[in-house]
Design a protein around this ligand. Structure first.
Ligand code: FE2
Length: 271
């Protein structure tokens, strides 16, 4: 069984579940067979756990808020880490608490195992944005990227992606995209119009290969963390389709998704 297609939910609608160790979790998307999954994890203030030994699945995270000491190394706002399967992820100590988005790779994924790939701990603030121009079909988004990790054997890419405000093309139609690899996204800031509705901060999707998606436009600009199942996103383009500005919320969700996950979310009032 593969990971299900979900595009998109606002994670504000998902309830926190308390775990035996005192952390809280929002489990967003899971492959029940191989254990590949994505979740939000909230550590309470004062949390203190020793190293648990070798990980059974690679762990990748971005700190969304707060601060966490991983093996004594202070990881704060948007710090990033990756631990290969078979290596120790280190102790976790918290003074004030922290919230992370965590990506777990599959138990049998060869490209996230020790010996095949290295552990990473970095502060993306120190990485320059790659502002190379994008292909014409998405040039209107004015994108820039920071690559956090490239998996071996062209297996994956994890990156931060921003688009400038007023990312709207002059024409009324643009092609949609198709990839032969998965894409996954969590929205950190901003907004993006999609055929599934308006993505706001806290939005999440997991998109398996060969799903037609887009076109996308962003009046407000956006900042997101993305993962793809290749080192460089490979795209086939469809015929032109209408821009989704004003599209009402129309999520694609797997059967069994709680109804509460797909409530309309209009965000908190900015003023
Ligand atoms: Fe895409």
């Amino acid at each position: 069984m593969a990971r299900p297609y979900i595009e998109f939910i606002q994670t504000q609608n998902v309830d926190w579940a308390v775990q035996p160790d005192g952390t809280e979790i929002k489990r967003l998307n899971v492959d029940p067979d191989d254990g590949e999954e994505t979740y939000l994890l909230r550590y309470p203030a004062g949390f203190d756990a020793p190293d648990h030994g070798p990980e059974d699945r690679a762990e990748e995270y971005l700190v969304l808020d707060g601060s966490i000491a991983v093996d004594g190394r202070e990881q704060r706002y948007h710090c990033y880490g990756f631990t290969p399967r078979g290596e120790s992820a280190g102790s976790r100590r918290m003074r004030d608490g922290a919230t992370l988005i965590v990506f777990r790779y599959g138990r049998h994924d060869p490209n996230s195992a020790t010996g095949m790939t290295d552990a990473i701990a970095l502060d993306p603030v120190s990485i320059p944005w790659d502002m190379s121009p994008s292909v014409a079909h998405i040039a209107h988004l004015r994108l820039a990227r920071k690559v956090l990790r490239l998996g071996p054997n062209d297996s994956s890419r994890t990156f931060l992606l921003i688009g400038l405000p007023h990312g709207v093309p002059a024409q009324a139609e643009m092609p949609a995209e198709i990839h032969d690899h998965f894409e996954e996204m969590f929205m950190l800031q901003g907004q993006m119009w999609t055929p599934e509705g308006l993505i706001r901060p806290g939005a999440y999707f997991y998109r398996p290969p060969e799903i037609i998606h887009g076109p996308h436009v962003s009046e407000a600009g956006f900042f997101q963390i993305m993962r793809a199942g290749a080192n460089y996103v490979r795209t086939k383009w469809t015929h032109p389709m209408p821009l989704p500005i004003g599209q009402s919320y129309a999520p694609k969700i797997p059967s069994g998704t709680p109804e509460s996950w797909v409530r309309e979310w209009s965000g908190t009032a900015p003023y």
